[in-house]
Design a protein around this ligand. Structure first.
Ligand code: G1P
Ligand code: ZN
Length: 541
């Protein structure tokens, strides 16, 4: 076995952006494509010789091939050890957990999150630093720059390692430790939640349905929910990870998790339903005839955190991404703690968590988490809800309605216009930008614009500034419309329009009806149909 230095030339656009490098599988399968990017990751780092790297992915198509390549490159580049999940499987939150627990140098997650998988689907690779969180922008920019000038990469010609058996292996002088994918993560969950209370809940006949969407959380949920918490076998459905997620879009929202929603609204139903995404960092919570919006979920977890052992001492602060509803702000105000508003994307929470400014954080896009790791965490959120139900004896619906009665309700929805022409999308945003200053004071039906701006964020910890993070129109009654372009798509552009309307007392309207006026205003002000050629959004969540 020996180390090879392979000549190569750069590929355009290896830009890891906010959530890692995400491209179609066909792009990743080009010769040298993955290798170039991995070498650029390693070249962006210093001091890893002899150190440990964590490696795993969500099991999607190309995961198994990529893992072997990365192992060989880690060996050739001088890592001392790689901890790799059995069969190459690790959820994103598990990678974060393992990096932190074993204080490793960093980790690599192979996933395109909730994007479809399979030979015609997407693949992705993300580098996480020693705090367990995604590499910050200065690192991802550096990786991108290196990928544009790369001339060679290093790789061992050692044979593949059998990743189906837990144990220690040698690869060209580097140790490969194949670890149980679930154990460390399960232990962390057990340290945060009242497992015996949840076990009692199940023993008393509580019916739960966990839809793993044929993605990475299947084995995690089986172990934690069925084995450790004693829920009946079969509680976790679609539990076997598949390379193409069974042909589904592993995104836990009411539009994509249709099977779960239909079951919850059907004759049998369950006391609680939950789903997770491709790599296990997103979650959806559903009760009988009620889907909890992620914005409400964050607010409710924050309001009730003391009921959970891991947060019994209270929480330091909350952060939410800007387009996420302001429900959490009201809870923070009531608790007398700070609520930070960050740009979209999990990386902005990392500093606030590291600095102890916040304990809980979340986004409207079905992501919630806390200081226990540096990623969002699907199973964590689901266990938090189970713990709340066990501690209070209430139903999901009761908890949500009681929350609204106390704090008021944020009617909330996101409308996505998917795969539109990139130039037209940019033109729509420019058109809005040009209008911003003239919007103040304008009256649309019963709504008056208070102000309109473009969100820019100054990180309170390191002072870095992120500009152009979404265009906002505020109304005098506290409602908001937010426009931004997605940063995670792989084809064309996606326009996201977010609607948030606060009501103190009118708590039982249908969401899209409650938002109807705002929806019409957004179409008019941004001329969505004119720019996109679409009269209806592609996805409404
Ligand atoms: C989307 C979500 C965002 C999330 C990101 C990664 O990004 O909107 O909240 O952090 O996926 O999961 P977007 O495509 O909107 O840039
Ligand atoms: Zn994800």
């Amino acid at each position: 076995m020996s180390i090879q230095t392979v000549s190569t030339t750069p590929f355009e656009g290896q830009n890891p952006g906010t959530s890692g490098l995400r491209k179609t599988v066909s792009v990743f399968r080009q010769p040298h494509y993955l290798e170039n990017f991995v070498q650029s990751i390693f070249d962006s780092q210093e001091g890893f010789r002899g150190q440990t790297l964590v490696l795993g992915g969500d099991g999607r198509f190309f995961n198994a091939v990529a893992i072997q390549t990365i192992l060989k490159m880690a060996a050739a580049n001088g890592f001392g050890k790689v901890m790799v999940g059995q069969n190459g499987i690790l959820s994103t939150p598990a990678v974060s957990c393992i990096i932190r627990k074993y204080k490793t140098f960093g980790g690599i997650v192979l996933s395109a999150s909730h994007n479809p998988g399979g030979p015609n689907g997407d693949f992705g690779i993300k580098y996480n630093i020693g705090n367990g969180g995604p590499a910050p922008e200065k690192v991802t920019n550096h990786i991108h720059a290196l990928s544009q000038t790369i001339r060679q990469y290093r790789i061992s010609d050692a044979p593949d390692i059998d990743l189906s058996r837990i144990g220690l292996y040698d690869m060209d002088g580097m140790t490969v430790e194949v670890i149980d994918s679930v154990a460390d993560y399960a232990e962390l969950m057990q340290s945060l939640f009242d497992f015996s209370a949840i076990r009692k809940l199940f023993a008393n006949g509580f019916v739960f349905r966990f839809d793993a969407m044929h993605a990475v959380c299947g084995p995690y949920a089986k172990k934690i929910v069925e084995d450790m918490l004693g829920a009946p076998q079969g509680t976790v459905v679609n539990a076997v990870p598949k390379e193409d997620f069974g042909g589904h879009h592993p995104d836990p929202n009411p539009v994509n998790a249709t099977e779960l929603i239909a079951f919850m609204n059907g004759p049998q139903g369950a006391d609680m339903g939950a789903a997770t995404d491709g790599d296990g960092d997103r979650n959806m919570i559903v009760g009988r005839h009620i889907a909890v919006t992620p914005s409400d979920s964050l607010a409710i977890l924050a309001a009730n955190a003391r009921a959970v052992p891991g947060y019994a001492a209270g929480i330091a602060g909350i952060a939410r991404s800007m387009p996420t509803s302001t429900a959490a702000d009201r809870v923070a105000a009531a608790l007398g703690i700070a609520c930070y508003e960050t740009p979209t994307g999990w990386k902005f929470f990392g500093d606030l968590l590291d600095d102890g400014k916040i304990t809980l954080c979340g986004e409207e896009s079905y992501g919630t988490s806390s200081s226990h790791i540096r990623e969002k965490d699907g199973i964590w959120a689901i266990l938090f809800w189970l713990n709340l139900l066990a501690a209070t004896g209430k139903t999901v619906g009761q908890i949500v309605h009681e929350h609204w009665r106390k704090y008021g309700r944020n009617y909330y929805s996101r409308h996505d216009y998917v795969s539109i022409d990139s130039q037209r999308a940019a033109a729509l945003m420019d058109h809005l930008r040009a209008k911003l200053s003239g919007l103040s004071g304008q009256v649309f039906g019963s709504c008056t614009v208070e102000k309109a701006d473009e969100f820019s964020y100054t990180d309170p910890v390191d002072g870095s500034v992120s500009e152009r993070q979404g265009i906002r129109i505020f109304f005098t009654d506290g409602s908001r419309i937010v426009f931004r372009l997605s940063g995670t798509g792989t084809v064309g552009a996606t326009l996201r329009v977010y609607f948030d309307r606060y009501e103190k007392d009118r708590l039982d309207m249908a969401v899209q009806d409650a938002l109807g006026e705002l929806i019409a205003i957004a179409s008019e002000v941004a001329d969505i149909a004119g720019f996109t050629g679409m009269t209806e959004p592609t996805v409404v969540t």
